[in-house]
Design a protein around this ligand. Structure first.
Ligand SMILES: [Zn+2]
Ligand SMILES: [Zn+2]
Length: 342
């Protein structure tokens, strides 16, 4: 990836064009959960903003029910008033009054996963430049068991540690990143998925990896493997679980209680040679300049600046959290090319 595409990628997520991009089909995804996320991407911004509001209201109610009044108060305050820098057709920047930083907060999660993407994408590109490897998205699964979420996560991470010590793995993978996705089936049994971006040294038959996984888990051979054609999209897919480690709509008070007990559990990490590479990584001057220029570009935008999408002047709109989905809706329904006045 050259500087320009990296630049465009960084900017597109900070600037949030409202125009709905037609997504080009990236690869034939075999994994049905990936299809689910593609469906999620097809929802409009207003729908997604409304869902984030509902999720936060739900979380806040559950927190009150558990006597976690302070947490509920924080969630209520988070993004409750917004300063929206807009030309009327695009949103250049949203500045919230307060951020709760709660792990399950969808607004804070989005910011966290954007930070991870901005941090790791240059390192992944650098790693691939220095090594002859191809990135793959690997999802390792486990059997459903009657155990706590914490035990389930430990079970899959321990199995992954064992897998990494095996000759087969060392021969075929040179490191990567992992993140956790929690799930619970309709019988209330937990299972955790490990989403891995693995840097593959050489091709192998997936059946071989299945039998390796069965050897370390003792009872699971189920995994999904697909090549990553677009590294930025692949990384976005994987860090999504850092902001959304589980399905909150089907989340009850007991789930929240259990999740609060996971407080210090890591949800994302690096492994293998990629881990060492990240420790020593220093972006080249060009890369560092490209990133900081973009970051400051979004940060430096103020009222009166030109919209990065259409050059119309930006103005500052103050709104409450409930008004944001409506604002997106207005923009979605305005005909393309026609700028809305303030
Ligand atoms: Zn928040
Ligand atoms: Zn604009």
């Amino acid at each position: 990836m050259n500087q320009l595409t990296l630049a465009a990628d960084l900017i597109s997520r900070d600037i949030q064009p409202v125009k709905i991009k037609s997504k080009t089909a990236q690869s034939a995804y075999l994994d049905k959960r990936v299809t689910k996320s593609q469906r999620e991407n097809q929802r409009t911004r207003s729908q997604r903003a409304r869902e984030r509001l509902q999720t936060k209201e739900h979380l806040s109610r559950l927190a009150v029910g558990l006597g976690e009044v302070e947490l509920a108060h924080k969630i209520d305050r988070c993004h409750s008033r917004l300063s929206v820098l807009t030309c009327g057709r695009h949103i250049a920047r949203i500045i919230p009054n307060f951020t709760c930083e709660f792990r399950l907060c969808p607004d804070c999660g989005r910011r966290r996963s954007r930070r991870l993407q901005n941090k790791y994408l240059p390192m992944m590109n650098g790693f691939m430049l220095h090594n002859k490897v191809t990135p793959v998205h690997l999802v390792l699964t486990q059997t459903h068991k009657k155990e706590s979420r914490k035990q389930s996560a430990k079970r899959i991470r321990d199995a992954f540690t064992k897998l990494q010590r095996r000759e087969f793995w060392k021969k075929h993978f040179k490191g990567g990143t992992w993140s956790l996705e929690f799930a619970k089936d309709k019988n209330g049994l937990h299972h955790t998925h490990l989403h891995i971006i693995g840097f593959r040294r050489r091709f192998f038959a997936v059946e071989l990896l299945r039998s390796e996984w069965l050897a370390v888990t003792g009872d699971s051979h189920v995994l999904h493997l697909k090549p990553i054609l677009d590294l930025a999209a692949g990384l976005r897919e994987v860090v999504k679980y850092v902001s959304k480690p589980l399905d909150i709509r089907r989340f009850g008070a007991a789930d929240l209680k259990e999740f609060l007990e996971l407080k210090n559990m890591r949800m994302f990490g690096t492994f293998g040679e990629f881990r060492d590479f990240c420790k020593d990584f220093e972006p080249s001057d060009n890369e560092a300049a490209a990133v900081s220029e973009l970051e400051s570009l979004a940060r430096d935008l103020v009222e009166g600046c030109a919209c990065p999408q259409c050059n119309q002047p930006l103005f500052d709109l103050r709104m409450s959290k409930g008004e944001l989905p409506q604002f997106y809706e207005q923009m979605e329904s305005s005909p393309p090319g026609e700028a809305r006045g303030s």
